[in-house]
Structures are given as C-alpha cells and as structure tokens.
Design a protein around this ligand. Structure first.
Ligand code: ME8
Length: 642
C-alpha cells in the first residue's frame, strides 16, 4: 500500500481549546479518512507543543509546575479529539523522552557540521508567538505577526545558518508547488526571502522550560526548532525504532493556518536541507476562523467552545459546518447562525428528507425489497442521476487531491439534491397509481444507489448519518471506495430510516447559546479557579470597560499642604489633562517632566484639594511606595493600552 503521511501543527497547551484547533484537526481527519478508504497506508500525526516561555508563564499564572499544567490540557485535548472522531495514528508530545532525545541529537548533528554556531543575539522577542524579530522587523516594538508588544532580548545564544539556505528556499517556493495556496508563496517571498535571510537564534537562556542544549545546559533549544522536529521525531528519526520514519518520511502534507506558514515553509525546509533529508511534499496554509471579524484565539478570548457545540448539535453538524462552510484556504467568520442554517438546510432537509422519503416509499410499495432494474425499465430522468452517482467518487477524489475540502462536500451534496429533484420529476406515487411497478422499482433503486454512493463518500467527512443510512438500506459500512459506483449492489432489503437529524429553531437556539455564553462570563472563577487572594474575578468585558491611554507628563507641581499629592499636566495625544496623583513620596516634580505614564482615561473626574483630577495614572506598589508604570519602549501619546 502506498504510504500517506499527514500532519496538523502541534498545538500549544496554554489555555482553552477552541473551534480553531478543531478546524485544522477535522480537516486533516477528513483527508486521512479519505486516503485510507482510497487504499493508502495512512499515518496521521497530531500532538502538542509543550515547551517555551509562554507555557512556562501560563503554568506559573495557574500556580502549577509546567508539566502538571500541560498534562491537564493535553488530557482535555485528547477528549476533544475523541469527541470529534479524530482518527490520528500518532500523537506526539514534545515533553516525551523519545522526542527530547532526538531533538538533542539533531542539535548536536547540526552543531558538529557547522550549521549551528554560538554568537550573541540582540533584538526583539514575541513571547506569545515565540518569535525572534530584528528591531526593524518589530516596528515600534510590536510583533509583525500578531501585533502584540515584543520584549528586548539580548543574550548569548546558538544560531542556525538559515542564510545559507536562502537561495534553495527561494527556488523551492517559486519553482515548485511545495507551498499552497499561491497567495502564501507571494507573502513568504516578499516579506522574508526577497531581501535575504538572517541566521536564526535557536537557543534561549532567559527561561528554562525547554529541551537543554546538549553540553551547554544553561541554554534551552528554541521552541520552534523543538516543535518542528516533531514531524520526524514522532516517526522515530535517529531512534532505534525508526520503521515509521523509513516508511512514511517525507510527509505528504503539513497542514496549518497561515500565521505559522513562515516556520513551515522557510525554517523547517532549511533544517531538513541541513539534515540532508527529503522535504515534505506539500505545506498548506489555510485561512482563519474568525469571530466578530477577528482571529479566534485563546489570547483574544473570543473563542467558541467545540464541546458545547458538539453536545448540543452533535458531531456531524460541527464537522459538517467546519468542512463545508469554510471555502478552504480562505478566512471565514464563524457564526452559530450559519452552523444551524447549514445543519437544517443540508443535513436535515436535503440529506435527511431524501433518505426518509426513499426508505418510506420502498417500504410502502415493495416492503423494502428493491432490485437492480433491467435495461429499459426506468424513466427518461434516470440517466442524469445514475451518471452523477457513477462519477461522484472520481469527482470527489479529484477535489480532495487539490485539497479542495469544501468543494468535495459540495460534489456529494450535488448528488443529494439531484436525487431529491429526481423524486419530484419521476413522481413515484403516480407510477404506483399507474401500476408501473418496473419503473417504480427502477426509480427507488436509482435513489437508493445515489444514497449509498453519497453516504460512502460522506464517510471521511461525517460518520453518524452515513452509518444510520447503511443500517437502513441493509448494507455494511464500506471500508473502501471500491463499490462507490452505480449498480454495485444487486438488491436491497431496506427498512424505514428514523430521522437522521433534528431541525433546529434557529432563533431559539441563538438565544440559548447567548444565555450559555453569558453564564460562562459570570465569574466562572468562583467555582472553577478560585482566587487565592485579592479582588473577585472579573470578565474580560468588565476589564475592557476601563480605557487606558499612554500620556506624557508636560508639567508637575506640588499641591499645597500635602506631602503625598502632585498635580500633573499630561499630554494625551494632543489633549491636555490634569491629574492629581499621590506619588510625591517617590518622585520630585522635576523628575516627572517628560515621563510616559498610563492614564485611566475614562475615570469620572473628582476634586482633590480643590483641583479637578481628570483621571488617574497607574503605579505599582513597592515597599508601600508608588512606582509609575511606563511603556517599555517609546509609544506615542494617546496610544490605547489593552
Ligand atoms: O502555533 N482559525 O500552536 P497553536 C483556524 N505550537 N485555525 C486555527 C485558529 C483559527 N482561529 N486558531 C488556531 C502553534 N488554529 C505552534 C505550532 S507546529 C510545529 C507548532 C489552528 O496552539 C491552526 O492550525 O497556536 C493554527 O496554525 C494552529 O491552530 C496554531 O496552534
């Protein structure tokens, strides 16, 4: 059997799992299932990327050791994959000894051959993205990928000679179809390769949650080198048991969303070139699931919970929505309304009714027994449907080959809707009235064949409905597409199908989802993550009621008869504000002029010692004294803080 190796990114266990992670994993699952049924020996790999500064920080915030923190989230993720019917063949955790050992061996090998060397790094680091940037790339100190603030980073570290591979990478991207879709190629070439590539810092010393550099344990290996290697360490690269590596490498497809295409189409192939290994056949960067126009993401808090959706609407509805609604490769704004509309229109009306009507008529007219008609026994409308049924497998296979996931499902539903139309055209109830039994049998046979072939081709995408369909047409669930053609079944003994799907009252469901979301906003912390000390938990919406802005002190003076208060004049981006602040014990008025501060901009003004204070500036408290909180690098006056 021909091997087929497909991978998802390995996800950061750093917070709540959401529909975005489910999206890539469900898409890869559909492709993996399709290839298995198509006769390939499939290895579908997913996993978790468990090291790095971000995870270390999150674990600290949760008050847990990092390993315990990630273990909990990995268990939840595996539950989610089970719920969504994900058929992965391998699951790799970067904290596993087999992975760590191979990564260290890779590092040692690259160092020994001179592709990794020690030097000094000075630049910016984006912790949420775990990305290095030069000062020019991180314009005004912000990460070009996610737009969040980066931190200054200066450390002695190891570098990978990425620059050496620039020309080969440029060729790979521009002269082959290694990276898809094409728009991502343009982005990589214009933003990263055109003007040359810098060598890449591949170790960190400022934290410790990672794989130590062999022989230099004050350094941990850069999390992206650690993470990308998963695609080969999971197969046993450089390990005793490396059969999977021999059999499955190079990967047929690395799938991910667009924000990490840079790592997969530049850094990863360069590492493989250095290791003299074959390159993956394809890297595909799909679009984002958006929520309210913004990328659905843990850090933005705008995530949709797949557990809730599967619990209410079933796995078929969720998988179907993800695979069908998103025009593959593009961004797509998630809405519960479109999920429910799809479930009602396509699954319940089109598919559900077709199966229900057909099996009900088969029972009514023939006690469920339908046989393959002889030539000439049908109606003038047969050929169009039987031909569509016959070519469906070929059509879907061609679309899957081009990774056109939504269009593959479209093809299946074209047959479903043609079959529904065929019922209206052939009017079996009239054929029955006329006593035209042969034609009636032919019509019901053609319908059942269309249903069987459509259900076979649906199997990689959704499973519940096809299984019920096979049960009601009395055929065992196929393991391959071999019989996915018209006429493969000689006779059917069908039973009437129970409804495949429930029809939802969309508005009622939207209201209920709204209630669930609001219940989730109530300080869940009170029961789930109790505050150890301090103020009660607030929701993100409550926090965002506070408007914070960067301001600059333009003048400062003491307030008479007060040891604590100073009157400050602030420039808030062209607007002047006066603020009375209790910082006189820590700062002289002169020392404050020119200082950047964070102003609570929408605080109701209050009079203090006869002066109207139009806001408040943020301070930390150290040994009982205030210390002004100031932006880490130059930020314009009036800039929003969030
Ligand atoms: O980047 N829309 O992990 P991660 C579509 N550990 N897909 C989304 C999505 C959204 N809104 N949100 C997440 C990492 N995804 C690294 C990867 S690989 C060697 C290391 C999916 O937890 C999508 O596949 O941030 C995206 O690329 C991935 O989750 C990012 O997952």
């Amino acid at each position: 059997m021909k091997p087929y190796y497909i991978t998802t990114p390995i996800y950061y266990p750093s917070g709540k799992w959401h529909l975005g992670h489910s999206y890539t994993t469900v898409c890869c699952d559909a492709l993996a299932r399709f290839k298995r049924m198509d006769g390939f020996n499939v290895f579908y790999l997913t996993g978790t990327d468990e090291h790095g500064q971000k995870i270390e920080q999150r674990a600290k915030e949760a008050g847990k050791p990092p390993q315990e923190f990630v273990d909990g989230l990995v268990a939840e993720l595996k539950q989610l994959w089970q719920l969504l019917g994900i058929t992965y063949d391998g699951y790799i955790r970067t904290t596993e000894p087999r992975h760590k050992k191979s990564v260290q061996q890779i590092f040692t090998k690259l160092t020994a051959q001179g592709d990794i060397y020690k030097s000094k790094y000075k630049g910016r680091y984006c912790t949420p993205c775990e990305s290095f940037w030069t000062a020019t790339q991180a314009k005004d100190g912000f990460c070009p990928d996610c737009g969040r603030a980066t931190v200054e980073s200066e450390e002695e570290c190891y570098f990978f000679r990425l620059s050496k591979y620039r020309d080969r990478l440029l060729k790979l991207l521009t002269e082959t179809d290694f990276l898809q879709p094409q728009s991502r190629v343009n982005e990589m070439v214009n933003n990263f390769l055109k003007d040359g590539l810098d060598d890449l810092a591949v170790s960190r010393t400022s934290f410790s949650w990672g794989i130590p550099v062999p022989q230099d344990e004050s350094h941990v290996i850069y999390v992206w080198i650690d993470a990308l290697s998963n695609y080969i360490t999971a197969l046993g690269y450089l390990q005793d048991n490396n059969q999977n590596f021999t059999q499955f490498w190079p990967a047929d497809l690395h799938m991910m969303a667009k924000e990490i295409v840079r790592f997969h189409s530049i850094i990863w192939p360069a590492v493989l070139m250095a290791l003299e290994l074959p390159l993956p056949k394809k890297v595909y960067g799909h679009g984002w699931l958006l929520f309210g126009g913004d990328k659905m993401s843990k850090s933005k808090g705008n995530v949709v919970d797949p557990f809730i959706l599967c619990g209410r609407y079933g796995v078929d509805a969720v998988r179907y929505y993800l695979l069908r609604e998103v025009s593959f490769g593009q961004d797509c704004d998630y809405s519960a309304e479109s999920l429910l509309t799809r479930a009602n229109a396509d699954l319940c009306n089109d598919l559900g009714n077709l199966v229900k009507r057909t099996t009900a008529m088969a029972r009514q007219y023939f006690n469920g027994k339908i046989t393959k008609p002889k030539a000439g026994e049908g109606t003038e409308f047969d050929q169009a449907l039987t031909q569509k049924t016959n070519t469906l497998y070929k059509e879907v296979a061609a679309r899957v080959d081009k990774i056109e996931i939504s269009r593959s499902l479209e093809a299946v539903f074209e047959v479903v809707s043609s079959a529904n139309k065929y019922i209206d055209l052939t009017r079996p109830w009239i054929l029955n009235k006329e006593g035209n039994t042969a034609a009636l049998n032919a019509v019901l046979y053609n319908l059942t064949e269309a249903i069987r072939v459509a259900a076979t081709l649906l199997l990689p995408f959704i499973q519940d409905a096809p299984q019920k369909i096979f049960a009601s047409i009395g055929v065992s669930v196929p393991k391959s597409f071999k019989a996915a053609k018209y006429g493969a079944v000689k006779a059917y003994q069908t039973t009437e199908s129970p409804p495949l799907y429930t029809r939802y009252d969309v508005q009622k469901e939207l209201d209920e989802l709204d209630l669930i979301a609001r219940a989730g906003e109530k300080p869940p912390a009170k029961t789930e993550t109790p505050q150890k000390e301090g103020k009660p938990m607030i929701t993100i919406d409550e926090f965002f009621k506070t408007q914070l802005k960067v301001a600059c002190v333009t003048a400062a003076e003491k307030i008479e008869k007060s040891d604590k208060l100073l009157k400050l004049n602030l420039d808030v981006g062209g607007e002047t504000r006066t603020v009375v602040s209790g910082i006189a014990q820590s700062y002289t008025p002169e020392s404050l002029v020119g200082k950047k501060v964070i102003l609570v901009y929408n605080l109701t003004p209050a009079k203090l010692r006869g002066v109207e204070s139009q806001g408040m500036i943020l301070c930390a408290v150290q040994d009982g004294k205030p210390v002004i909180v100031s932006p880490e690098t130059a930020v314009s006056n009036g800039a929003e803080v969030c």
